[in-house]
Every structure is written in C-alpha cells, then in structure tokens.
Design a protein around this ligand. Structure first.
Ligand code: BT5
Length: 315
C-alpha cells in the first residue's frame, strides 16, 4: 500500500502477501488507523492509503533514505526516557555502527551536565546514532564538531538562514538555541568502543510551548521561518549530512572538520565568559583545538585551554 499510495489493494491480495488471515488484515488496518494513517476501505476494491501521519517509523523513513549505510536499522519509539540512554544500551549489547534510535517524544531528554532537554511529542527530532570509529579517545570530541557541522548545514538547507555553532554543541538561529548535541563515549584508555551521537532539533515547537525558563533562549525552525518543517524530510537530509561528514572525518582527517566548524562558528576574536566546573574564565577566543578544546587568551595575556563548559558571548 505504501509502495503505491492511492491505488486500491484487495484484502485478499494483502492477506496473501503478508501470509495472514483476512481478519488479521482488517485488524492491522484498524491499528494503522489508530496510529493516524488515513485508509479508505471498500468491500469491492479493498484498501487504499489516503494519507500517512507525520511519523518517523522505519516504514516511513527507510524508503526515503539517501544514505549508504547509516540508519539502515531504525529503532523507533512513541516515547522513551532518552534516545541516548537507549542507544547506549543497544551499543553495549552489540548494536552495529549506523543503527539509530528515534523517538516521537522523550520523558527524560538529556542535556549535558545533568541538564534536561525539552522534548514534546511529534513536533521535533530526537535522534541518537551509534558510531564505532577506530580512533583514540582524545579524538572523540571531533565527532561532536563534525556532527554540529552536519546539523548546522541541514538547518541552513531547510531554513534558508545562516545558523551559528556555539562552542561546544549548540546551534543558534538569531542567538537562540535551535539544536543541541549530546555525545557520549564508551572507551578504554587507547580505543573507543562506541560513540553515541545525540541530536535534538527544534523543528515545529511554537513559542508558547517553551517553558518560561527557556523561552528567551530557545527557538525552532518554525518560529524563525513561519513554515512547518516536514520531520521526515529533515531527518533524511540530516542522516545524509552526518554520513557525509563522518566519512570526511575518517578519510580526510580532523583538519577539514575543524575548518568547516570554524567557518560556521565564527568564534575567533570574540570576547567570551566561560564557566567550566564551577570556575569562570574571561578572555578572547583564539581557536578550537584538534581535540575540541577552546583556546582562550585571558586578560593577563596567557593562553588557556578549556575542555568542557558553557560560554557566553560578551559582545
Ligand atoms: C544540549 O545540552 O544542548 C544537548 C541536547 C541534546 C538533546 C538530544 S535529543 C536526542 C538525544 N537524547 C537525549 O536524551 N539527548 C539528546 P546543554 O548544552 O546542556 O543544554 C541544555 C539547556 O538548554 C537546558 O538547561 C535549557 O536551558 C536549554 N534547553 C532545554 N531544552 C531545550 C530545547 N528543546 N531547545 C532549546 N534549549 C533547550
């Protein structure tokens, strides 16, 4: 039915193809209708798919994919605590590189440092990708940088606006956060076992839906462009960009990723205030290092490297 939408397929034909009884076919149609599929049924002609809901299920996404290997296996949930936690568990149990976890909503969507990610149902994208790069752990932060580049480029493609990457993992439109990344790594001293690339993108959240606390710092593509974004199309494009940038990182090395990140972050020379593990440092951003660290020049003229934290632009 999905292969030829708008054409009727008889109940008999469906029961033959799926090797189930006619009653089972009828029950499945009812289940699909409950999920939001609009299906026309006629005793003479059979069933016809009129409209699919905007769901990110494997059957909706797989026919659209442009990737070679990424997302060939999709674990989809209506709701879940956190796609990152699920992907981490799956990876511990041997899930392969490129498997992804997608949920329509998250009950405990996670930010960095124990913070939360607001994840209302059916409006946005909550995605975690399992990667198994053969790299030493100190290079893992580059995966965050390359994923930020891929996400920023997809946002640019869909909004026509120029997003800015804010160190280390925010994507901003008009100085507000439209997407965030949470990457988690499982490794031994000299070898990465896997990386979980967690990406949350606010696609269609309306301004009134954000809580008071984040309303002034958060935005969505819909707020910025006035247009609803197709989650399926965005996901397809994002997976394609991620696969491309990941292979650039593996094949061409960190320099290309760093250059792309610098071009999209525009951080060099900016006055910043960095909060890192309870300490605050003020200085001028010089660059980002090949291990993802932010290099600052402080007021006394010394250089400081900051591995993790949050920044605020001062001007
Ligand atoms: C992040 O953390 O920006 C990482 C967010 C990663 C979310 C994805 S969704 C799929 C995957 N599964 C997960 O469980 N997580 C990942 P951080 O830099 O710590 O930013 C968190 C802060 O951003 C919060 O403290 C709020 O101030 C703000 N915030 C929360 N929800 C937001 C939202 N939906 N949009 C914009 N800002 C938000």
């Amino acid at each position: 039915m999905m292969e030829h939408p708008s054409t009727f397929l008889s109940g008999e034909e469906i029961s033959r193809r799926l090797k189930v009884s006619r009653t089972a076919v009828w029950k499945r149609m009812e289940r699909l209708r409950l999920m939001g599929y609009e299906i026309e049924g006629s005793t003479r002609s059979g069933y016809r798919l009129v409209q699919s809901p905007d769901l990110l299920t494997p059957s909706e996404i797989k026919p659209l994919l442009k990737t070679k290997w990424m997302a060939k296996r999709i674990h989809h949930f209506q709701t879940i605590d956190s796609t990152n936690s699920k992907a981490y568990q799956l990876a511990l149990n041997g899930a392969e590189e490129g498997e992804v976890v997608i949920s329509e909503s998250q009950e405990k969507g996670r930010g960095r440092l124990g913070r939360q990610w607001f994840s209302p149902p059916s409006l946005n994208l909550y995605l975690s990708v399992i990667l198994r790069p053969r790299i030493p752990p100190h290079q893992a932060p580059l995966i965050t940088l390359m994923a930020a580049v891929a996400t920023a480029d997809t946002i640019r493609e869909f909004s026509g606006l120029l997003p800015l990457i804010k160190w280390p993992n925010d994507i901003l439109l008009r100085d507000r956060k439209v997407a965030g990344l949470l990457n988690e790594i499982h490794s031994e001293i000299d070898r990465v076992h896997f990386v979980i690339l967690g990406i949350g993108v606010n696609l269609n959240t309306g301004e009134e839906k954000f809580s008071k606390e984040i309303r002034s710092v958060a935005t969505s593509l819909k707020i910025e462009t006035g247009q609803t974004v197709s989650r399926k199309d965005f996901l397809r494009a994002l997976l394609f960009e991620l696969e491309e940038w990941y292979s650039i990182f593996l094949e061409e090395g960190s320099a290309v990723v760093l250059k792309a990140w610098r071009d999209r972050a525009n951080i060099r020379g900016r006055e910043v205030k960095v909060t890192s593990f309870g300490e605050t440092v003020v200085g001028t951003a010089i660059d980002v290092d090949s291990d993802g660290a932010l290099i600052l020049e402080t007021e006394d003229g010394k250089q400081r490297r900051v591995m993790a934290g949050d920044i605020e632009y001062r001007k």
